[in-house]
Design a protein around this ligand. Structure first.
Ligand code: HEC
Length: 154
């Protein structure tokens, strides 16, 4: 009888305690992450001050809106309007130039400029009204969105 109890306690110590300790650690890690309000992954942080963070996310939301509008306009074969949006909302306008120049990280700046230039190229391709070429060009522009998001965080 005592032997059995001893065995049960032994099993408890070996299996249950480490599992509990592990989950306790995870909870602490999550808590820590939430308190810091940052995503702790392998991406490079731009260390942006809070007002710039808000501004960048606003800008990004307008990017995704522009892409959605462009896809809809391509489907409607309204290439001229799609071209105008690509140029004014995603292209390398004076406003975008200024904004991109504000970032300290050189790799980020370079990627930002390449992205905006590719959107100006997209605007030109859209003017040809060639559906396949337009989609290929949009695909190229969006690969910059993907590449930058995989590399950098706020
Ligand atoms: C040169 C870098 C770069 C490029 C290019 C870029 N982004 Fe971003 N984007 C960021 C960063 C940095 C964040 C913040 C991510 C983080 O901190 O987790 C972000 C965040 C976002 C968000 C989240 C917005 C929010 O309110 O939370 C959206 C949506 C987004 N980007 C859309 C796009 C789209 C669509 C494109 C391309 C058409 C694009 N971005 C191109 C760097 C970039």
């Amino acid at each position: 009888m005592y032997k059995n109890i001893f065995l049960l306690v032994f099993i408890f110590l070996i299996y249950v305690v480490p599992v509990y300790a592990q989950s306790e650690k995870d909870v602490m890690a999550n808590h820590h992450m939430m308190m810091n309000d940052t995503i702790n992954d392998k991406r490079i942080s731009l260390n942006l001050p809070p007002p710039m963070k808000v501004h960048q996310l606003e800008n990004m939301r307008s990017h995704v809106e522009a892409v959605q509008a462009i896809i809809g306009l391509i489907a409607e074969q309204n290439f001229n309007k799609a071209s105008e949006i690509a140029h004014t909302k995603l292209g390398l306008t004076e406003e975008m130039k200024k904004m991109c120049s504000m970032f300290k990280n050189e790799g980020f700046r370079t990627l930002g400029f390449q992205f905006h230039k590719s959107a100006d190229e997209l605007a030109e391709v859209l003017k040809t009204k060639d559906m396949t070429k337009s989609l290929q060009s949009l695909h190229k522009t969006m690969s910059y969105c993907v590449q930058c998001h995989a590399t950098f965080r706020q």
